[in-house]
Design a protein around this ligand. Structure first.
Ligand code: 5GP
Ligand code: ZN
Length: 119
């Protein structure tokens, strides 16, 4: 059976409600909450409740989940007033990307002008 929770993982604990984190969105599969060190006026993390370390661990079975994460990003971007202004969605994957928390998360960033290419 595929692993569902990692007891050492900070995002598993957040998803389980252990810290009383405010969820901007929650469903049986997904939760979203504000990043503790925001890199933009809006910085929200959208995560599956299930412990998946990174993008490269996803399988075809997860396609619906990932699609839903994008839909949640759109819902939250609308709520944050970013639909017209624009926003950035980021998955960091692995060491060279700068991924620090090895529980899959989609960054929703907005409310300022971003550079391209990213640093
Ligand atoms: P990564 O570099 O892994 O893609 O991004 C991890 C993000 O998680 C960082 O932006 C970091 O600020 C955020 N983060 C790390 N620990 C916590 C936490 O305990 N609570 C919240 N809300 N965000 C966290
Ligand atoms: Zn986890």
């Amino acid at each position: 059976m595929r692993q569902t929770i990692n007891t050492d993982c900070i995002f598993c604990k957040i998803a389980a409600g252990e810290f009383g984190t405010e969820f901007l969105y929650e469903s049986p599969e997904i939760v979203a909450f504000r990043d503790i060190h925001p890199k933009a006026p809006t910085h929200i993390l959208i995560i599956p409740r299930r412990h998946i370390p990174k993008v490269s661990d996803l399988t075809e079975e997860d396609e619906k989940l990932i699609g839903r994460m994008i839909t949640v990003a759109n819902i939250l971007a609308e709520q944050e007033g970013l639909r017209e202004r624009g926003f950035r969605l980021i998955f960091n994957c692995g060491r060279e990307s700068g991924q620090e928390v090895f529980h899959l998360h989609l960054h929703l960033l907005g409310g300022r002008l971003f550079n391209w290419p990213p640093g």
